[in-house]
Design a protein around this ligand. Structure first.
Ligand SMILES: [Zn+2]
Length: 113
C-alpha cells in the first residue's frame, strides 16, 4: 500500500516531466512557425502542472495515513512523552503505568439523541 502510493507519485512526476518536456517541444515551433501548436503546448503544460500537484497530494495523503497508523499502534507516555506499543502496560522509558484511552469515535459513554 505504501509502496503503491510511492510508485504512483513517482510515476506521476515522471509523466509530468514528460508532459512539460513535450510542451516545450511544441512551444518552439509554435513561436517560430505554426501558432496552432501553441494550444497543444499549453494543454501539455497544464497536464504537467496538474500531475505535479496530484503527485504531491498522493504523497501527502500517504504521509497522513502512516501517521494515523502509527498513532493507532502506539501510545505516548503521559510522564516522559516516550512512545510505547499500545499493548504495553508500563512505559519502557520511565516505568510509569500507561493509560490507554478508548479510541475517539468508539461508542464509549452514553450517547445522547
Ligand atoms: Zn514514560
Amino acid at each position: 500500500m505504501r509502496e503503491d502510493a510511492e510508485f504512483k507519485s513517482i510515476l506521476m512526476l515522471g509523466l509530468s516531466a514528460m508532459a512539460l518536456f513535450f510542451s516545450f517541444g511544441f512551444f518552439l515551433p509554435a513561436v517560430l512557425a505554426e501558432p496552432g501548436f501553441l494550444v497543444v503546448s499549453v494543454v501539455l503544460f497544464v497536464i504537467g502542472i496538474a500531475l505535479i500537484i496530484a503527485s504531491r497530494v498522493v504523497k501527502h495523503r500517504m504521509r497522513k495515513q502512516i501517521a494515523r497508523l502509527t498513532d493507532e499502534l502506539h501510545v505516548k507516555c503521559d510522564y516522559c512523552g516516550g512512545v510505547n506499543d499500545r499493548d504495553q502496560h508500563r512505559c519502557a522509558f520511565c516505568g510509569a503505568p500507561i493509560v490507554t484511552l478508548p479510541h475517539k469515535g468508539s461508542s464509549a459513554g452514553p450517547t445522547f439523541r
